[in-house]
Write a protein that binds this ligand. Structure first.
Ligand code: MN
Length: 231
């Protein structure tokens, strides 16, 4: 088989304690999955989980101990940080039950669901898709993936984000409205999951804007910290 031009390189993420990289298939994201964040966005109550996607090559993969470069995107004056636990799928499937979800998980990483909030608000008002607000280039920074067996008690881990050393977001994975198993159950009813899929599981309260020159440092206890400079 030959192509009319060279295929794009495979987007990939480093793996803790391993020289091989995790090849990215798709990026799924969960909306409003912490109650306090749903409130700050003007919503209340438990609603069924909903999903959006980012392109696989929207990742900015940052090695442990390094500071990644996050280009400030065009068309926005309100670029928001959303710190999130990322679940990396190692075994695909459809109609996966929450009780069976763990065996489909390869590992976990810290990610940022960067959002052009001004454009998202415009799109919401007009009932239009969020793609331009969520799926832009470099909108999905991610740290190294820690294999599940080495990640500790992720379900009860703290999640936090600092901007220029000041805390902006802090919560705990136990506060997820839909837990990891339930997310995988709902997601795999709508799409067939495949090895290489990443799931950004939603952000806690405290989202806010960053500007060029800011340094973001975010973490989930038990996983390597993610550090980026906005350029
Ligand atoms: Mn998000």
């Amino acid at each position: 088989m030959s192509y009319v031009f060279s295929p794009a390189p495979v987007a990939s993420v480093p793996v803790v304690g391993c020289g091989d990289r995790f090849p990215v298939h798709r990026i799924y994201c969960v909306g409003r999955n912490y109650e306090e964040h749903a409130r700050e966005m003007g919503f209340t109550g438990r609603e069924p989980p909903f999903f959006f996607l980012k392109p696989a090559d929207a990742i900015v993969a940052v090695n442990a101990g390094e500071t990644g470069l996050l280009p400030y995107p065009s068309l926005t004056a309100n670029l928001h940080h959303e710190i999130e636990l990322v679940v990396a799928i190692g075994k695909g499937g459809k109609n996966i039950l929450a009780a069976d979800a763990l065996q489909h998980i390869y590992g976990y990483a810290v990610g940022l669901d960067m959002t052009r909030r001004d454009l998202q608000n415009d799109m919401k008002k007009q009932g239009r898709p969020w793609c331009i607000a969520k799926g832009f280039d470099a909108s999905a920074p991610i740290g190294p993936i820690t294999p599940a067996a080495q990640a500790g008690d992720i379900a009860h881990a703290a999640i936090w984000l600092q901007v220029n050393g000041a805390e902006r977001q802090r919560s705990n994975l136990s506060q997820l409205i839909w837990n990891i198993g339930e997310i995988i159950e709902h997601l795999s009813a709508a799409w067939e999951l495949a090895p290489g899929d990443l799931i950004y599981t939603g952000t806690p309260e405290g989202v806010g804007a960053v500007v060029r020159g800011d340094t973001l440092e975010g973490g989930v206890n038990g996983l390597p910290t993610l550090r980026l400079s906005v350029v």
